[in-house]
Structures are given as structure tokens and as C-alpha cells.
Design a protein around this ligand. Structure first.
Ligand code: ADP
Length: 394
């Protein structure tokens, strides 16, 4: 009866298929032969090795690395399904089909739960070839999925690395450019103070352009530095009362509010788990824009908040010039502006900073608007900080 280690080579002419290496966990030689016949009949070019004990199985499965394992359920002192545990222990992804004389529904479900791919009854061996094909197909699909996931993970990694490199570059460049730029700005300023009116008319114009350009470049570099600083050193989070933040913001926007005749209505705001300075930047940029991008009528700005299941939903609404929907995403990209500086001052960095602040908190920001119909900027912040220590969260 023992056929341990026996190797049957079966070559079949009909419907040639790739060679199949099968490991049988079977203590009945006749059953092993019946199985190999069932496979031959279906045109499998099969190479079969047979083992009986768990020790043999563990050794052969590593040596042979078979395509498929066909295991009897009851093998005297162990069960074929225990082979699944051995496969898991050895981190081997080989489909295992239980091929057994009888298997009640409960045992069948148990086998599948433990990780067997399928089961086939010995008096229904005609089903075995299809069960094997399906198991191999599923393994192939699993393999492809795994490859795609690995590929994706690698690309995400590369992207994160190149983003970090780019941010580092932007930070260093903007930081190190400040000093030479200060020199250029100071000396063009000096030249223009000393020599304006002493050379010819063109020289005066050129000096004017040079100092204006140097000053603009200083502002741009300062903005770029501010943008690359956000999120560089993740600031510690705390319970931040947004009402207190709003009070500060309205104070620093006081002259813009007064000048434009703006009315700012603000609801009672919640406490959030965030950084005070960052929350100030968020509200200041959004309310500042709501006042800046106004129509002829004085701005009316409303700040509201709703509590959803998982997050706070803030909104900053204005009655200003609005934004055509096709630009709704672009405006959050650094240095993207929809107007000339002569119409509305600014460098196009404010919303990019707001987005860069909100997203690491697990929040989102977007705008709902139509050109000429006012804008509502909405952003979410989680009710609880995901990385906050349990007791310290709001
Ligand atoms: P900046 O204000 O310096 O232009 P932002 O990044 O804050 O930069 O805004 C980017 C662009 O988005 C603005 O130039 C403007 O075109 C548009 N925008 C922002 N806020 C509003 C608003 N409340 N109403 C209309 N347009 C806006």
C-alpha cells in the first residue's frame, strides 16, 4: 500500500498542456492511480509524487515545489487539511484540494475555512481536472494581483521619495536664495536712489524695473519658503478653540475689513485637534481671499460649521467674483492664479498652503462656486485627531 516517494511520469498526447507537478498526500496506492488517470484522461501532462506522513510532506513540498497538492482528508494519524497549516508555516502559496472518500458538509466548510482551495469526492473524480484548472487560475490571478499591488506600493514609495526630494529642493533653494536676493534688492534700490535723474531717461526706467523685479522675486521666494515650510516639521497638536483663532484673524484683517466695508458673520466654532498657527493661517487665507476677490458691493462673509459623523465641516462663504467650475481644482496648486496682479494682488500661494495644512490632518478642502456668483470654500477636519493620544483628544 505504501507508495511514499513514488514518482509517476504520465505523458499524454491529447490536448497538450503545460507540465503539471502534483504532490499527492495519499495512503492508498489505487486511489493515487485513479487520480492520475483522471488527470491523464483530461490531457494533463502530469508528474506526480506521493507522500503519506506530515514529515514527508513538509520535506517534499519544499523540494518539489509542486503546482498543486491533492490531499486525502483522513490519513490515519493526521489529516490532509493539516497540510494547509504546514504550507502557511512555510509561507508557500500552493493550492491544496482535498480529495476524499466522504466529507460531511461541516467538515467540507471547515476545510475551506482552514485554507483548502476546494474538495472533490473520490467517487466524483471527473470533477478533479476542472477543480485543478480553477485552483491554478485563481493562483495565477492572485499572483498577478500581488504583482500589481507590489508595483503600486513601489510607485507610491517612489512618488513619496521624489516629492520629499522636491520639497527639500524647494526649501533649500528658497532659503538659500534669500541672502543673495537681499543683496540684489538692496543694491538696485541704492543705485536707483543715487542715480535716478542723473543718467538718461532710459536708465531711470531700467533702474525702476530692476528694483521692482528684485522686490517681486523676494516676495515670491518668501512665499515659496512659507509653502515648503508647511508640514516640514509637523507642529505639535493641541485642543484649539477656533473662536479664539477667529478673534485673532479678524484683528489682523481689521484694516482690510474696514477699507472694504466687509461684514463678517461667524457662527460659534468648535474646538479642534490641530496647531494654533496653522488654523490661523487657514482662516486668514480664506477670509482674506473672501474680502479680496470682491465685486463692487461690500463683501459679506459667513463662516459656518456643521458636525458630521466623523468630521467638522467648515464653510467660508462670500458674495464675491466667484470661480468658474473648471478652475475649482487648479486654484489649490501653488502659484496658480486666475487674475493679473494688477487686478488683485497676490502670488497664488494662499490656497496651496491651506490645502497643505488641512490634508495631513485627514481633512479635505474644495470650493463650490460659479463665476460671478460668490464662492463657498469648504473644508473638513476629523472630530478626533487620528494620531492624538486618547486622553488628549477633544
Ligand atoms: P492669491 O490670493 O495670492 O491669488 P490664493 O492661492 O489664495 O492666491 O488663490 C488662488 C486663486 O484662487 C486666486 O488668485 C483667485 O483667482 C482664486 N480665489 C481664491 N479665493 C477666491 C475667492 N474667495 N473668490 C474668488 N476667487 C478666489
Amino acid at each position: 500500500m505504501s507508495s511514499a516517494g513514488t514518482k509517476l511520469e504520465i505523458q499524454v498526447a491529447a490536448e497538450p498542456q503545460p507540465k503539471l507537478r502534483a504532490l499527492l498526500v495519499e495512503d492508498n496506492e489505487v486511489d493515487a492511480e485513479l487520480m492520475s488517470r483522471a488527470l491523464r484522461k483530461e490531457g494533463f501532462d502530469v508528474c506526480i509524487a506521493v507522500v503519506q506522513t506530515a514529515v514527508e510532506f513538509r520535506q517534499r513540498v519544499k523540494e518539489e515545489s509542486p503546482d498543486i497538492i491533492l490531499a486525502d482528508y483522513n490519513l490515519g494519524d493526521w489529516r490532509g487539511v493539516e497540510a494547509v497549516e504546514i504550507l502557511h508555516g512555510e509561507s508557500l502559496d500552493i493550492p491544496l484540494i482535498i480529495v476524499t472518500g466522504a466529507l460531511g458538509d461541516v467538515n467540507a466548510v471547515e476545510c475551506i475555512k482552514q485554507g483548502a482551495t476546494d474538495y472533490v469526492l473520490k467517487d466524483g473524480l471527473a470533477r478533479l481536472p476542472e477543480a485543478i484548472r480553477r485552483a491554478l487560475r485563481e493562483k495565477h490571478e492572485r499572483h498577478l494581483r500581488h504583482q500589481v499591488e507590489e508595483d503600486l506600493a513601489r510607485k507610491v514609495d517612489e512618488l513619496a521619495r521624489s516629492n520629499a526630494d522636491l520639497e527639500q529642493f524647494a526649501y533649500i533653494a528658497s532659503h538659500d536664495l534669500q541672502e543673495p536676493l537681499r543683496m540684489v534688492a538692496a543694491y538696485t534700490q541704492l543705485l536707483s536712489e543715487r542715480y535716478t535723474g542723473k543718467l538718461d531717461e532710459n536708465a531711470d526706467k531700467f533702474l525702476g524695473y530692476a528694483s521692482e523685479g528684485a522686490l517681486r522675486m523676494q516676495v515670491l521666494v518668501k512665499d515659496l519658503l512659507a509653502f515648503s515650510r508647511v508640514g516640514r516639521n509637523c507642529p505639535p497638536r493641541d485642543n484649539i478653540d477656533c473662536n479664539a483663532v477667529m478673534k485673532e484673524v479678524l484683528q489682523s484683517l481689521a484694516s482690510a475689513i474696514q477699507e472694504s466695508g466687509a461684514v463678517v458673520n461667524c457662527a460659534e466654532l468648535p474646538t479642534v485637534w490641530a496647531d494654533h498657527t496653522q488654523m490661523t493661517q487657514v482662516f486668514q487665507n480664506l477670509i482674506g481671499n473672501a474680502i479680496k476677490f470682491r465685486e463692487k458691493a461690500p463683501p459679506i462673509v459667513s463662516i459656518e460649521v456643521e458636525k458630521a459623523e466623523q468630521h467638522w465641516l467648515f464653510s467660508v462663504k462670500d458674495n464675491g467674483i466667484g470661480i468658474a467650475p473648471e478652475y475649482a481644482e487648479n486654484i489649490f496648486v501653488a502659484f496658480q492664479r486666475l487674475h493679473a496682479r494688477s487686478e488683485y494682488p497676490g502670488n497664488g500661494i494662499g490656497l496651496a498652503i491651506v490645502k497643505k495644512i488641512i490634508e495631513p490632518y485627514g481633512g479635505k478642502i474644495w470650493v463650490e462656486s460659479q463665476a460671478g456668483a460668490g464662492s463657498t470654500f469648504k473644508f473638513t477636519l476629523p472630530l478626533r485627531g487620528a494620531n492624538a493620544p486618547e486622553g488628549a483628544r477633544p
